[in-house]
Every structure is written in C-alpha cells, then in structure tokens.
Design a protein around this ligand. Structure first.
Ligand code: M6R
Length: 374
C-alpha cells in the first residue's frame, strides 16, 4: 500500500521514514475475555518470551554504558517506578552497580546533581508520560546521556533517548499496567545479567519460568478468586516484603488501590513497627510477599507480629506456614527470580477484588492510561 504525506500549506509531498510496528491487531481486542485486564494478565507468559527477544550486542553496549557511568539514575512513575526499584536491586545484586531511582515528578528538584557524567534511564510503558518527559528534558539540558525502556515504539521518550530497549509485549489497553510491568522487569533482568556477561543464562532461566507460571495459572486464578470473595468488604490492605520484595509489595498495593478503590499500602516489612502496625485491627488483610529467599524468615516474623494484632495473613510464597490464613502458592525458582512468580498472584487478587466490588477494572475512575499532563 502506497502512502503519500502532503503538506497542506505548501501542497508539497513530504518524505517520511516508514517504520514497521510488529503489533498484532488482535492484541487490541478482548477476544472472549470479560476485560482487557484479565486478558493481559493471562498473556504474560507470552509477553515474557517476547520481551526476551532483544539484540544481544545492544544489550551488552547498554550494560557496559551503565557500568561505566559515574552516576546512574532511573526515573519513572507509578508501576514503571516499581519496576525501576526492582531493576535497581538487580543492578546492585547482579551487576554490582549502585543506582538511584527518582520519581519523575520529583526529578527536577535534583537537577543540580545531574551532569554529563550522569546516565538517566527512563522507564515508561507509553513513552509519553509528561512527568518523565519533563525530567528527561532537564537531564538533557545538563548534558546527561539518556537510555529508555519503553513499550510504545517511536514514542516521544524513545525518540529522546540515546539508546532504547522496547518491551515487545504488544499494546496494553487496560489502564492498569500488567504485562508491561512484568516485561519491564524482564528487561531489567537481562540488562543486569548482561553486566556480568550472563545474558544466555538469564534468558534460559526466564524462559523456564514463563512456562512454570503459565502452568500455574488455573490454580492461581482459583485461589485469588476465593480470597477476593472472602476479603472484599475490607477497607485497608497492607502489602509487606523485604529487599526486592518490597518493590513487589508496593506494586501489589498500587494495583489494588487503582482497581478496587480499597486503601492499600506497600511497605518494607521491617518498617511496620515504626508506625503502621498501629493500624492493624481485627481482620485487616496483610499480604506478605514471602518467597523462599534470604528475606523469608524475617518477613514471616513480621507477618506474625501483625497476626498477633488480629491481621489476616495472605502469604504469597512457595513455602507452607501456619502463619498464613490464606496461602497463594508460587513456583519454586532460583532465588533472584522470585519477583516474576509473585507478580501474577497480586495482579489477579486486585482484579478479582475489583470485580467482586462491582468495579470495571479496565476503566478505573479518575485515571488515564497515559498521563500526558504535569
Ligand atoms: O506509561 P507509563 O509507564 O509512563 O505510566 C506510568 C504510570 O502512569 C502507570 O504505571 C500507572 O501508575 C498505572 N495506572 C499503573 O497501573
């Protein structure tokens, strides 16, 4: 098909580069699903596989760029920021590279510390979020280099960047980030592993995990639906986790708030005793992100402290425990990969809670898919 672009003022033909976007138009339909959100949650094993398809040389180039930069700052909003917090942990744990994460709407307040020796990594599904764009403009003005991790091909953020990694997970229609969040994490894993030349190992592990979580979907749907039915009348949920699981907990709380309008907070489990534990009452649900990693015993003990004050504990874990009133069993995977196993259970819990409360998860009130205003 030939396309001509004419400038209406001058009547002259304009030359434009043609870019092919590999998105299947069926991704923009609900198929037989009730909501886009559930469709997008369930297609995540496929999304993982697609996100893993990245150019190895580019990955290596960017990994080296990150390692060599004097200072690395990741900037993002909402769910993308929680993905960034997971990425920050992975960069440190796997690549030995410390970096900071700054919420994009706060980025400008740190501009005095951004210079030509700074690498800023923007994370954004839409590639159009105004706060992120604003931060990147400031960073560019100060001479920083820009990398980005985005979903929408050729979006403004992608075009502003020196290097881009695309999520390749296809269009996300539901307002809540689901598959884009998991895909962002996948990109962070392979970037972090590229830092010590282990991309092939990471890809193999992640491919196996995609299959494990795919097989677990029927069980995960059944258990989260049951928990949603029995907890739908609660007003507050607390999500706790330590280390990398704190970021996973924060994302779980955000999903619940935006879809079901239940107040939820995600926090480092160790922080409870510094104030929030005062809010725990009889039957308050506490979701413990508690896989069998080095945080396991301490998070379990923090969950127990809330149980002693009346909380109902929803444990997302591969280990059984009598502390859990509800147990969402996840797959056993190599320790560093546990966030991938914990994300779908919390998305499904938020989805079913929204549905139980009669809310439309695809169109949460007051929210837009892409926030293009400051
Ligand atoms: O398109 P972006 O990733 O830049 O969007 C950032 C946030 O607006 C987005 O993640 C928002 O928090 C979602 N509603 C979360 O589900």
């Amino acid at each position: 098909m030939a396309i001509e672009i004419i400038d209406l003022k001058t009547g002259k033909r304009k030359e434009k580069e043609i870019k092919t976007i590999e998105w299947d138009s069926r991704s923009a339909t609900k198929d037989s699903y009730e909501h886009f959100m559930i469709k997008e949650i369930l297609e995540q094993p496929i999304a993982i596989r697609k996100s893993l398809s990245q150019d190895k040389e580019k990955l290596m180039k960017m990994a080296i760029g990150i390692l060599r930069s004097r200072q690395v700052i990741i900037t993002a909003c909402g769910s993308s920021r929680y993905a960034a917090l997971i990425g920050r942990y992975l960069f440190s744990k796997i690549g030995g590279k410390f970096c900071d994460v700054i919420i994009s709407s706060e980025f400008g307040y740190f501009k005095d510390s951004i210079d030509k020796n700074t690498l800023v990594i923007a994370v954004s599904q839409s590639g159009e979020t105004a706060d992120v764009l604003e931060g990147l403009k400031e960073a560019k003005k100060n001479g920083a280099e820009i990398y980005s991790i985005v979903n929408v091909v050729d979006s403004t953020i992608a075009r502003m960047s020196d290097e881009v990694l695309y999520l390749n997970c296809g269009p996300e229609i539901g307002v809540a980030a689901t598959k884009s969040f998991l895909s962002q994490i996948i990109i962070f894993y392979i970037l972090a592993f590229a830092m010590n030349n282990k991309t092939d190992y990471a890809k193999k592990q992640l491919t196996n995990i995609a299959e494990l979580i795919e097989n677990a979907l029927p069980y995960t749907i059944e258990i989260t639906k049951k928990i949603a039915k029995e907890t739908k009348d609660q007003n507050d949920f607390f999500y706790i986790g330590r280390g990398i699981n704190f970021a996973v907990a924060s994302e779980g709380a955000l999903k619940l708030k935006e879809l079901s309008y239940i107040h939820a907070e995600g926090m480092p489990a160790g922080e409870l005793k510094h104030g929030t534990i005062a809010l725990i009452e009889d039957k308050t649900p506490v979701v413990a992100i508690n896989p069998d990693d080095h945080t396991y015993a301490e998070t379990l003990s923090n969950a127990e402290e809330t149980k002693a004050r009346g909380a109902v504990i929803i444990g997302i874990s591969d280990n059984e425990s009598e502390v859990y009133d509800y147990h969402i069993k996840i797959e056993k995977v190599s320790k560093i990969f546990y966030p991938i196993a914990c994300v779908i259970p919390e998305q499904l819990l938020a989805y079913f809670l929204a549905v139980e409360r009669g809310k439309n998860p695809d169109k949460p009130r007051n929210l837009a898919k892409s926030v293009t205003v400051k």
